[in-house]
Write a protein that binds this ligand. Sequence first.
Ligand SMILES: [Zn+2]
Ligand SMILES: [Zn+2]
Length: 171
Amino acid sequence: MAGREDVVPRPPEHVRCKNFGCNKYFDPRYPEQTKCTHHKLPPVFHETAKYWACCHDKKAYDWEEFMKIPGCQQGQCTDVAKDKKFLGGADLRAENAPKRLDDDVPVDPRKKLDKLREGLVSIGVGPDDFDRAWGRLGAKLGDLNLVVQQMNQLFTEVLQNADTNEMNLPD
Ligand SMILES: [Zn+2]
Ligand SMILES: [Zn+2]
């Protein structure tokens, strides 16, 4: 049974803390029971460097390293998102236009499908064919995340088979 106590199911009423770099789930009814170590300012992803705007002396160059940078603030967890507009403040030169990671990697499956569609259309696939395909999958699976997964499988298969078919072509 050792280690079992680590696996605590998340009660449905818990929400993720919105403080920068905390990510802990907590019960929003009792924020006073939380201990939150977090960052004062948002993350900055600039070229290969990843750091927190409040701790710019601690730069990381990969995700794991970045996640290990200890928070510089102590407090309580909150479900109220911080206003992000101070990202362009005195600490950060505006011309360095910091990029948030979620600009690069869409988490929204609808956006992923849009990107995929864009790419396919750019190589000549009919946009209507793509729309019909994901529409059908969406209706069948009922969840766009599953549609994305299914697209992944379909394309992986097609790409792998494309390779074999080519090798089987008669001269
Ligand atoms: Zn910090
Ligand atoms: Zn927190």
